[in-house]
Design a protein around this ligand. Structure first.
Ligand code: ATP
Length: 635
């Protein structure tokens, strides 16, 4: 390896001859010069945000030795694929830091190291562990990060200290949401996107309030050369269980490979099982392999949940979380959702519910159709009335008392009872709605719906803005606040009423900039200029065969060319009885409609189990209606 010590004198030794880049030996603990990279080494790989950026500090080796008590064993936090990590205290400021001493084998030249460090330093987000500075002193390469006090997600899930409470459902969803925000920043907010490559439970650090921060992102380029087989084998071992299938196939990794790894983490959060657990029976050792068959049987979802949660979660929330997980774990990268959509979905699932805020996800909030379709099958876009309120489960779980736990359990039961009573009420109302459709409230509905959509937009913006760099830490609760406000809009007396509104809104939608047109995903899907609108109709369904036939009416559509067109999509949520035959018919209908969609992603969801929803009281049908768009109409 070429060591370019002389190119950048400031890295050559402790006694540097380049004053602007060095620390002062006589006052080494005080002076931390701003990192001023030589022009040649400056990379433009990451979107420039110079003004917002906190200056990167340079440290000399002695400073870091002092901070870590000479790298004493008691300060050792652990050892990973890149080297050892020590806890330290900067003498100058008293700040706690984590000092990562990079392994010397496969050492990078100063120039490369400097460029990579600079790139890393530009990645700033509340959900990413912040790089404070670095040291390149002689052959020493160290990175100095903010210290995250709460340990890793892996510790909390599997290595609980005695007396430590297991994490509750909402905490888990909040962690997932925060991690998704960090990943969304890397994928969507920096240019070019950064592929994490190493997302796993041990790389999600938690602070004292369970706020998640991703570490080891963007480190790929600091890895020793590929000739280092020892290094590679240990890295591969560590990430085994999280790697996307394309990695095993030898294909290029993409942002969707990260989405797969995220799916594994989500599955760990839901199940409390390790990605790889060699202590389990053979068929349960690989978490994803164990979960795949269960994904096709929604009735078994509750059995997947971590027993430590003692069933204290909303079943619908669980179903949706599992649905999201299963999407992330699709074999084909293109079939996996965008992390931005996963983030939006999790923003809802991670919400506190003290104000009767529903835990379901309005399906209209996604950029990508596939997410909407998958979630629509698990109760999305439904309405949770105010009376379904549930106390905020996030009581900083580790410190919650036993009595709080009992209370939670009681609340869980109460919630289930309430849900039951709402279901019967809902059925009753469906019947009424069926006989009393078209009540003439369209204009109000449209207006209300427009408001909902503008609020959905706000929720998305809220998620995004907290994803922007430079912003101070924005708490998950704060982010949720916007989403919560919009959820109030969903607090109608019944699910159906809301769906009616959605229906009337969609029929009036023609604006390409509308929320609906977000389904014309700008990245993974065809970009034909079309309008997509989605109508969600909840139709009562009784035993009457005729009605049933009408509801089940299937319209087959063939894919058209990419010419401009209007696509309107209706998702009918049909209450159904216990008749199995009818159920199958419903499913077939729905699947046909999904097949009729042009989107690649949509077809992905068409091939799995038709019987998934069999245990549910309603199922969703999608009818795609396409009309040739006559451009002159718009003139
Ligand atoms: N900024 C930090 N604050 C607190 N602890 C940290 C920080 N960074 C790393 N650690 C801890 O140091 C230990 C080693 O971390 P490191 O990231 O090097 O390895 P790893 O995540 O276990 O494995 P890998 O390198 O394969 O990702 C872990 O226990 C981790 O939790």
């Amino acid at each position: 390896m070429i060591i370019m010590m002389n190119c950048f004198p400031c890295f050559t030794s402790q006694k540097s001859r380049n004053p602007p880049c060095t620390t002062n030996d006589t006052n080494e603990n005080v002076e931390h010069d701003e990192f001023r990279p030589p022009v040649a080494a400056t990379t433009k790989r990451i979107e420039e945000r110079e003004t917002e950026q906190t200056p990167l500090k340079t440290f000399n080796f002695r400073e870091l030795a002092t901070a870590t008590k000479n790298f004493r064993q008691e300060c050792l936090l652990g050892e990973g694929g890149f080297g050892r990590v020590y806890k330290g205290t900067l003498q100058s400021t008293g700040q706690l830091v984590a000092v990562k001493q990079l392994d010397k084998h496969g050492l990078h030249g100063n120039k490369e190291f400097q460029a990579e460090v600079l790139s890393l330093a530009k990645l700033e987000h509340p959900n990413l562990v912040k790089l404070i500075g670095y040291c390149a002193d002689g052959d020493q390469r160290l990175l100095v990060f903010e210290y995250v006090s709460g340990g890793s997600l892996q510790d909390h899930l599997y290595e609980q200290k005695p007396g430590q409470k297991p994490m509750n459902w909402i905490t888990r969803m909040k962690i997932a949401f925060g991690a998704a925000q960090g990943l969304d920043y890397l994928h969507d907010k920096v240019n070019p996107p950064v592929i994490y490559r190493d997302l796993k439970a041990s790389n999600i650090l938690l602070d004292a309030e369970f706020y998640p921060k991703l570490c080891d992102f963007g480190m790929h380029n600091l890895e020793p050369g590929t000739c280092d087989s020892l290094f590679l084998s240990s890295r591969v071992m560590d990430t085994y269980g999280y790697s996307a299938p394309e990695y095993t196939r030898g294909d290029d990794l993409t942002v969707k490979s990260d989405v797969y790894s995220f799916g594994v983490v989500l599955l760990e959060l839901i199940t409390g099982r390790r990605a790889i657990d060699t202590t389990k029976p053979n068929d349960e050792q690989n978490l994803v392999a164990w979960a795949q068959p269960i994904f096709r049987e929604p009735k078994r979802y509750p059995d997947m949940a971590d027993p430590l949660m003692r069933k204290n979660f909303s079943e619908r929330g669980l179903n949706q979380a599992v649905a999201i997980t299963s999407m992330c774990l699709q074999e084909e990268p293109t079939a996996r959702p965008l992390i931005s959509d996963v983030m939006v979905a999790l923003s809802f699932l991670s919400m506190s519910t003290e104000d009767g805020i529903p835990t379901t996800v309005p399906i209209l909030s996604f950029r990508d159709k596939s997410m909407s379709i998958a979630l629509s099958r698990h109760g999305s876009c439904s309405v949770t009335p105010f009376c379904l309120s549930r106390k905020d489960e996030d009581k900083k779980s580790s410190s919650s008392s036993d009595s709080e736990d009992e209370e939670e359990e009681k609340e869980g039961k109460e919630e289930k009872e309430e849900e039951e009573s709402m279901r019967s009420k809902k059925k009753q109302e469906q019947e009424e709605t069926a006989t009393d459709s078209d009540d003439g409230s369209d204009s109000n509905s449209v207006k209300g719906q427009e408001e909902e959509h503008s609020q959905l937009e706000k929720a998305r913006e809220s998620c995004s803005s907290s994803s922007d760099s430079g912003s101070g830490r924005r708490s998950i609760d704060e982010t949720n606040a916007t989403a919560q406000s919009l959820k109030i809009k969903y607090s109608y007396s019944s699910e159906e009423e809301d769906n009616e509104k959605l229906s009337s809104k969609s029929s009036s939608t023609s604006n390409e900039e509308s929320t609906f047109s977000r389904y014309d995903s700008d990245r993974d899907h065809d970009d034909s200029s079309r309008n997509t609108s989605m109508r969600i109709n909840s139709l009562a369904h009784d035993d009457n065969e005729e009605d049933e036939e009408e509801n089940h009416e299937t319209r087959s559509y063939t894919d058209h060319d990419d010419s401009p067109r209007n696509t309107s999509m209706r998702i009918n949520s049909l209450a159904h009885d216990d008749d199995e035959e009818d159920e199958e018919e419903n499913h077939e209908t729905r699947l046909e409609h999904i097949h009729s969609s042009k989107s690649e992603d949509q077809s992905v969801y068409s091939d799995d189990d038709a019987g998934e929803a069999s245990g549910e009281s309603s199922l969703h049908r999608i009818e795609a209606e396409e009309e040739e768009h006559i451009s002159s109409d718009h003139d």
